[in-house]
Design a protein around this ligand. Structure first.
Ligand SMILES: [Zn+2]
Length: 83
Protein backbone atom coordinates (compact mmCIF):
# COMPACT_ATOMS: atom_id res chain seq x y z
CA UNK A 1 0.00 0.00 0.00
CA UNK A 2 1.28 3.40 -0.90
CA UNK A 3 2.23 5.61 1.98
CA UNK A 4 0.28 8.82 2.03
CA UNK A 5 1.46 12.11 3.43
CA UNK A 6 -0.56 13.10 6.45
CA UNK A 7 -0.65 16.46 8.10
CA UNK A 8 -1.67 16.39 11.73
CA UNK A 9 -2.69 20.01 11.77
CA UNK A 10 -5.65 19.43 9.43
CA UNK A 11 -7.13 16.75 11.64
CA UNK A 12 -9.15 19.53 13.23
CA UNK A 13 -11.23 19.78 10.06
CA UNK A 14 -12.41 16.18 10.35
CA UNK A 15 -13.85 15.05 7.04
CA UNK A 16 -14.82 18.54 5.97
CA UNK A 17 -13.63 20.48 2.90
CA UNK A 18 -12.38 17.44 0.95
CA UNK A 19 -9.16 15.48 1.17
CA UNK A 20 -7.29 17.20 -1.62
CA UNK A 21 -7.92 20.65 -0.21
CA UNK A 22 -7.00 19.51 3.29
CA UNK A 23 -3.78 17.95 2.04
CA UNK A 24 -2.75 21.08 0.20
CA UNK A 25 -3.59 23.29 3.14
CA UNK A 26 -1.76 20.95 5.52
CA UNK A 27 1.41 21.07 3.45
CA UNK A 28 1.42 24.87 3.58
CA UNK A 29 0.56 24.98 7.26
CA UNK A 30 3.32 22.53 8.12
CA UNK A 31 5.74 24.85 6.36
CA UNK A 32 4.56 27.98 8.10
CA UNK A 33 4.62 26.38 11.56
CA UNK A 34 8.02 24.77 11.44
CA UNK A 35 11.15 26.54 12.51
CA UNK A 36 13.02 28.21 9.71
CA UNK A 37 16.60 29.18 9.26
CA UNK A 38 17.52 32.67 10.34
CA UNK A 39 19.10 34.76 7.57
CA UNK A 40 21.12 36.65 10.17
CA UNK A 41 22.52 34.02 12.54
CA UNK A 42 21.82 30.82 10.52
CA UNK A 43 20.17 29.06 13.46
CA UNK A 44 16.89 27.25 12.83
CA UNK A 45 15.04 29.34 15.36
CA UNK A 46 12.79 31.52 13.25
CA UNK A 47 9.07 31.30 13.88
CA UNK A 48 6.20 33.04 12.18
CA UNK A 49 4.70 35.91 14.15
CA UNK A 50 2.10 37.02 11.64
CA UNK A 51 1.65 36.99 7.88
CA UNK A 52 5.08 37.75 6.46
CA UNK A 53 6.57 38.64 9.83
CA UNK A 54 9.19 36.30 11.27
CA UNK A 55 11.11 36.36 14.49
CA UNK A 56 14.31 34.58 15.43
CA UNK A 57 14.44 33.08 18.90
CA UNK A 58 18.21 33.05 18.89
CA UNK A 59 19.27 36.53 17.84
CA UNK A 60 15.85 38.14 18.44
CA UNK A 61 15.74 39.71 15.01
CA UNK A 62 12.34 40.41 13.54
CA UNK A 63 12.06 40.70 9.81
CA UNK A 64 9.70 40.41 6.87
CA UNK A 65 9.77 37.61 4.38
CA UNK A 66 7.25 35.53 2.49
CA UNK A 67 3.82 34.93 3.97
CA UNK A 68 4.24 31.22 4.74
CA UNK A 69 7.96 30.53 4.42
CA UNK A 70 11.21 32.33 4.92
CA UNK A 71 12.64 33.15 1.54
CA UNK A 72 16.21 32.25 0.87
CA UNK A 73 18.29 35.32 1.57
CA UNK A 74 19.24 37.16 -1.56
CA UNK A 75 22.89 37.12 -2.34
CA UNK A 76 24.36 40.28 -0.99
CA UNK A 77 26.24 42.28 -3.53
CA UNK A 78 29.15 44.17 -2.18
CA UNK A 79 30.32 46.96 -4.32
CA UNK A 80 33.91 47.87 -3.77
CA UNK A 81 34.76 51.49 -4.18
CA UNK A 82 37.87 52.04 -6.12
CA UNK A 83 40.01 54.97 -5.28
ZN1 LIG B 1 18.72 34.69 14.20
Amino acid sequence: MAKKATYGSVKRFGSRYGKRLRDRYGAIEAQQRKKHKCPYCNYEQVRREAIGIWKCGKCNSKFTSKAYTVAKPATIRVEVEEE
